[in-house]
Design a protein around this ligand. Sequence first.
Ligand SMILES: [Zn+2]
Length: 120
Amino acid sequence: MDKKKLGIKKKKTKEARNVEVKTYKRPPWVQSGEEELCSDCFKVVGDRSRYNLVCMLGRSKEGMTVSELTKRVQLRQPTVTHHLQVLRSVDAVASEDRGRMRVYKLNRGAHCFEECKIPY
Ligand SMILES: [Zn+2]
């Protein structure tokens, strides 16, 4: 029941998004894709280290934990967690609990990657 509700909500948001024309210029560290990005996509790539995390997750088949990601970037763990939350808010990553570990994976079918063609 709740799931159905959510679906309807999501659809409405998407329609509203089409009406909005605000776009953002693609940052120089994103090598290809659309020139103009919607606000969701800009959330994903507008911060260079956040986009780094996207690329790292894109190369990983099994997904990565926050501590694995933290080891590879020059950021503190709470910062990495924050970036992952932002990415999750636009559906760009999904998380999965494996025992005591929470594993993050790139959602390759997300709007940002499929429709706006953000490379990863
Ligand atoms: Zn977009």
